[in-house]
Each structure stands twice: as C-alpha cells, then as structure tokens.
Design a binder for this molecule. Sequence first.
Ligand code: GLV
Length: 330
Amino acid sequence: MTPARIFIARAIFPEVAQRLAQHCEVHQHSLGRPWAEGELVQHLQGMDGALTTGAERIDAALLAACPRLRIVANMAVGYNNFDVPAMTAAGVQGTNTPDVLTETTADFGFALLLAAARRMAEGERYLRAGHWKEWRYDLLAGAEVHGTRLGIIGMGRIGQAIARRAAHGFGMEVVYHNRSRLEPALEAACRARYVGKEELLRTADHVMLVLPYSSAVHHTIGAAELALMKTTATLVNIARGGIVDDAALAQALRAGRIAAAGLDVFEGEPAVHPDLLTVPNVVLTPHIASATVRTRLAMAQLAADNLIAFFEGRGPLTPVNTPLPRPPAE
Ligand code: GLV
C-alpha cells in the first residue's frame, strides 16, 4: 500500500516530523508568514492528511479543491479554524489536542493576570528606560489579586484549572459564566459559583476569558461590556482573538474605564490593533499560552498520533467530528 501523503503546514519539532515520516510521506513548508490567498490549497492538493495550527483555515472551498484529503489534525485545542460541518459533510476527519495543554495554559492565564494587575510589564519598561531614581509609595501601584473576586467566562477544562489556582492558591472567590452550568461536584472542586454574565462583569475584580471562539461569541466583550466592569478591573484574554473588540478595549484602557488587560490573542493576529501597541496598561504576548517545550512537544505528538492512528485504520484519539463517508478520490 502506498503511504499516506501528509502536509505539515507549520514547522514542528523535527523528531515528530521524523516519526511521522516512518508512517507517511511527509511534505513540509516553513512559511514564516500568514498564508497568501489560495496558497494553502495548492499545498494540500494531492494530500491525504494535514497537520495544521489555528492559522490554517479549513473551509468548504478548500475541501472541494482537495478531494484526497481525509484528515486534518490541528495542533491546538481550539479548532475554530475548521468549518466543522463542511468537513463532516465532505467526509474529512478533524482532530485537536485537548488535555495535554490544560495546566500549562492555565498557568499562563494566571501569569498574564498577575503581570497586568501588578503592572509588571510597565515596571520593566520603566526600569529599562532608566526612570527608576527613588523608592516611591505609589510607584506602579496596581490592583490586588489574592483574596479578590475572579470572574471566568468559559468554564471548560482550562477555565476549571484557572479556577482551582485562583481558589486554592490565591484565596480568590471565583464566579463563572458558561454555556451550561457545571455539575455540583465540579463546581465544588473549583470552588466556583455560577452567575449571569452581567453580574460577573459588574462584580468581578478581574475577568478571564477562556471560552472557545465561534461567530456567536464574536465581541462578547465590547464597549458596553467594558463599561459594566469595575474601573479597577483587569481583563485577560487567553481564548481567541475576536472574542474581545480590541479597538474598544484599547479605548477603555486609555480612558481608564478599566485598569489593565493581558492579551495573548488578537483579532486578525498576528496583526495587532495599533491602538493596543500604544496603551501602557496592557500586557501583550504572541499567542504563547501553551508554549512550554514539554507541552508543545506533547501537542505535536498528539497531532501526529491522530494522523498515524487514522491512517492505520484505528480511528483518531481526539476527534472533533464524525465525518460522513467520503467518496474515494480519483
Ligand atoms: C491555542 O490557542 C490552542 O487552541 O491550542
């Protein structure tokens, strides 16, 4: 049997690519920039599978142009880059990388919360610029984190891991909002209380966004929601760009309508709204919440395992859909 042909869309750990090459015919591309219009389709033509990141959009037009494609393995837990109904209808399996990144991503959410609320990035810029001349009682005085109320929007695995850190490690009162309420036992383990979104925004000292992106949650946080928040509050987004209206957030930060923000994801990333680049009270990071060496390696291995299992006829480990049968390619 001829080996499956797979396309690795972004550079990954060489050892993972080598392992895949023992099972499949591997094609790779090291792009270093976003895809130009129509470019990804060209690379996927003639491929049976692909290993992608959130930066590769898999939609109906691409699927129609790539009739051999059987599986797309995302190296990410989020898969809003997939048009899942189109993949299912086209008989294409989608997979993601849940669980392996949960705790690492929760750590980073907490790091961003602390960095933003405690003004760490501002402090570093101040020091490096040589402005530090004396001890001052109010120098870069920020907001308290321990013992305050954390509002989490999106209470999946990562939201729950953040809640545990907040409640058990920082003595915070945790409130959350989610599509559905957690089982009482899970709520108890997270020491988290379900509230409506408006109550969460009005009463939380800090708000953390951890919900998956879909068009239904586009601009969940815009000018109106920012206006509900406490003026001393911090907003952290480790979920997806587009959940926050970045222009409205930059305005709110500049006007002091909220105190600070920590953002790891952006609308239209890797582009960042220019106004965010000039407001001081926001900590900006380039979508690295899962980026420890161990976790990124585990994500790559899981994506590779999904491809290998699929082509060995064992079914993927972490599917996101149940595809309809796909007619065999010519
Ligand atoms: C990263 O954003 C992921 O979804 O894994």
